[in-house]
Ligand binder design. Structure first.
Ligand SMILES: [Zn+2]
Length: 78
């Protein structure tokens, strides 16, 4: 299954990764509460992919959030 990360703030695509199965812990999804899941994770049945909203490096910097840890930032995965 493909996981597409895009920026919640500017809408730019960040990264796409391919996984055999969704490992919630590895992907940081287990850190999200139900509301955040509904907001940030969108499953696309047509393409069998998961669209995840995160923040790109530029926006993190622009927003002055560099010190904060984002559970869904792809850096944690790579
Ligand atoms: Zn952005």
């Amino acid at each position: 299954m493909k996981i597409n990360y895009s920026c919640d703030y500017c809408g730019e695509p960040i990264d796409t990764i391919e996984v055999e199965q969704i490992d919630e812990e590895r992907l940081g999804f287990n850190c999200l509460n139900l509301e955040e899941r509904q907001d940030l994770l969108k499953y696309d049945e047509l393409t069998n992919s998961l669209n995840v909203l995160s923040l790109c490096d530029r926006c993190i910097e622009e927003l002055g959030l560099a010190d904060r840890v984002f559970p869904l930032n792809t850096k944690i995965i790579h």
